[in-house]
Structure formats: C-alpha cells, structure tokens
Ligand binder design. Sequence first.
Ligand code: ADP
Ligand code: GLC
Length: 480
Amino acid sequence: MKIVEVASELFPYVKTGGLADAVGALSVALADHGHEVSVFLPGYRAAAEHKDALGAERRLRLKIELGDQFFTGDVRVFSPRKNLRIFLICREEFFDRRGLYGNGERDYEDNADRFIFFCKGVVEMLRLGELQADIVHCHDWQAALLPVLLREAERRHGVTLALKTIFTIHNIAYQGVLPRSVFARTNLPDELYHIDGLEYYAQINLMKGGILFADRVTTVSPRYAQEIQTPEFGCGLDGVVQTRAEDIVGLLNGVDNSIWNPAVDALLPARYSAVNLAGKQVCRAELLKRCGFAAESKGPVFGIVARLTEQKGIDFVLANADFFAGNDVRLAVLGSGDKRMENELRQLAEKYPERIFLSAKLDETMSHLIEAGSDFFVMPSVFEPCGLNQMYSQVYGTIPIVSRVGGLFDTVTDADLNPATGTGLMCDPNAASLRDALQRALALYADKPRHAAVQQRGMARDFSWQIAAKAYERMYQEAL
Ligand code: ADP
Ligand code: GLC
C-alpha cells in the first residue's frame, strides 16, 4: 500500500511524548513490511537540524492560502531507510522555534495558522507531488483538519488525492479548540461551520472535524475506545465519538524493541535480560548515584518518567509524599511541564535529598536509566489513552504501579488479584488507592520469590510493534 502518516511528532526527530514514539515505530514497521510509507511532519527546528535531515531535498515551493492571505513555504524530503520518506512542511516563521506548541508558559498565539498551514501543505504535496495515497492516516488534533481539507480539495479540483482517510485519537484531552474567527483561515465552505461540522460551542474544534470526516476513527487502546464515549472521559466530545460508535476501534501501541529493550539498550551502563539480571543491578547502582542517593540503599526504588500534567496523577504522588519521605524507599522523578507540580516536587527533593530526586529536563538517557534502574514504576494516571512507560517497565523488569484506566487497564494485570498471572499493581486514580498500592509494593518487594515471579512474567510479555503494525495493516485493508 501507499501509506501517508501525518503527525506533529516523530521519534527520533521531534518528541514531547508518546505520540512521537507511536508514529515513529508504526512508520518503520509498515516500511519494513514493504509498504511505501511517507510521513509528514511540521519542519520544526529540531527536525530540520537533525543529522538525517541535513541533506534533505527541496521538493515543492508552497503558496498556501489562509483566508485572504498567502503564506509561502516549502516541502523538504529525506529518506532515513528503505520504503520510508519523511516530508517536512517548512516555514521558518511558523516552525523554526524551540517549542512545538508554546513557549513553556502558554500556547503560541498563532497555533491556528501554524497547523492549518501544516495540513494545507500536506494537501498541496499530495496534489502537486503526485503521491497517490491509498491511505492518509492523521494523528491527533494537529492533523485533524486534513480529512475534511482533502475531501474539499478533491471536490474543488476534481481529483482523487487519497482513497481512504484514517483519524487516530492519541489523547482526546487536546482538541485544538480555536476562536470562531479562525474558521475563515481554513477557506472551507461556510456550511461546515455547523453543529454537524467544525462548530463547537461557538468556536471551532479541529479534533471534532477529524472524528466526523475521516473514513475510519481509531484510538490507542480498546478500553479508551469505550471510555471516550462517556462524559467522564470524553472531554466534551463523547457525543461526537458516539456518532462513530459503530466503527471506532482501539488498537494498542507497541514497544519498539530496537530502542526499548534492555538486552540491546545502548543508553544503559549495562545490558540484561530475564535470564541474567546482573546488568539491572548495575543500572540500579548508576541510578542511585545519578540521584545522589546512598549506594547501599536497600529498600525499593520507585521511578516516574512523565509529562507533569493532571493526566499523569502527579497530585496523587504528591499527596503521598510522606510515604516516600518516611519509609526506606527512594523516588526518582524525570518530568517537566506544570510549574506548580514541578515546584512541589523540587521542594520535596530539596527537603529529602537522600530519598527523593527530581530532574525537570527532557532527558532521553535518564528516561532509559529510570526504566532500567528502578524496582517499581509509578503511573497512577487519571486517564491514559494507551501509555507506553508501563509497557517499557514490564519489559525492563520494573514492576508498574498503575491506575485501572485506558491502556493501563489493557496492558497490566494486578498481581494481588491474579497471583498466577499478575505483572504489576493496580489502583484507582486517587491518592488513597495509590497509597494502598504503594504499601502492597513494599510487601511484594519483601517477598523475593513472589517479586521475582511477577517480574519474570512482565519481562516475558510480548508488546512488540509487529503485532500493533499488523492490526493497523488489517484496518487499512478493510477500509480500502
Ligand atoms: P504521553 O504520551 O501521554 O506523554 P506515554 O506513556 O505514551 O505518555 O509516552 C511518554 C513518552 O515520553 C515515553 O517515551 C517517556 O519515556 C517520554 N518522556 C516523558 N517525559 C520525559 C522526559 N522528561 N525526558 C525524556 N523522555 C520523557
Ligand atoms: C498520548 C497519550 C498516551 C499514548 C500516546 C501514544 O500522548 O497520552 O497515553 O501512549 O499518545 O499513543
């Protein structure tokens, strides 16, 4: 198949979260299965300056209409492996910035123009660059306008640009809600500013457009596909999702085992596997050192790697600060985002430097070291579309403590409720239930044979992307 993936993030070029890992691994897996894969990405500074992109060839000059103005740019392309081409939609004014969506304090004010430009750039490349896509697969709000833009362009020019469009919801909490005045920038017909179109409480909602106008809608776990049809998890779009109830499917992400695999992980001080865990002890010792914890620390090490947002249940962790300060345990946190959460974690780390550590940077190496060197991984999310770190944890022999929501529900089994099959510990998304799970973690850690059994079962689980990519291939084929 000729497959086009459109997303705002792509590992290893630009990443703020799991979207990058998921689209990166899916694209590579599809290319390796022999499909012709083209991935479109905004020409962010980090992508344009990546070593793979240095020799990128300029493919098309763009002149994009936004309302009654024209904006120029260009499309650059490079090919990092067989069957895979990366297209950057470039315009320095929009994308040559340090942040992707904002400056750390607030979102950029021209995000509407930036992402409408991006989607229109993809349409132009499909139209003039003769890509002839079988499937155009759009990810999250930044690409959500594309299905309707494509259909409009096809109508206007009397051509077929894509046989089928797919829209995947990676996180329904981020919808791209923009002022009504922005609608004119899309140049779409007025009748689409309607309750059955992009209109949303007198504003426009890009994700709503993706859900309504794509031929197929998917999300990243079966549980989340159910949850987002309810008011509790739908973030105001549950009614819209329900209109697609017949065909919405949840396809779990996988683990890219060329990158997240303790047996080959080049970012670790030592490698290891389920049959020989000696390397995990080396990683644990290195983690203790990096955090400034005593080398002889005996009690369990708890790790967190997360964007600091309400989603990740960081407040439940903060509410349990006395657990981490008052027991023989260590807590290593890698995360940045919400300033209040960051400050509260930093204060704890300053008050209890022998037990609590925070690094508020984006640090790929440290994220691998925490996965490998911790005994438990803490992820008590309020909601979690799929979640990757709980899968990485199992593969790295680090027992995940997760809440029973979304993809966490689908990928972890509670070891207390299921003694023969458990791979982690589960709680409800609140502080008291997390406390109970943390206490159960102490008991599990003290019971060496049981701890080893849970760890071995986690390490034996197969989350490989081959499975996930096959599911996407089947879905594409069915759509066609
Ligand atoms: P989400 O996409 O909601 O952030 P996921 O669990 O799907 O959650 O993916 C998070 C990804 O981002 C993981 O690969 C994780 O290791 C990475 N990550 C999060 N915060 C950081 C950080 N501060 N430094 C490095 N990697 C991070
Ligand atoms: C989103 C979700 C996360 C998911 C990732 C990749 O960022 O928050 O749960 O794993 O997308 O699909």
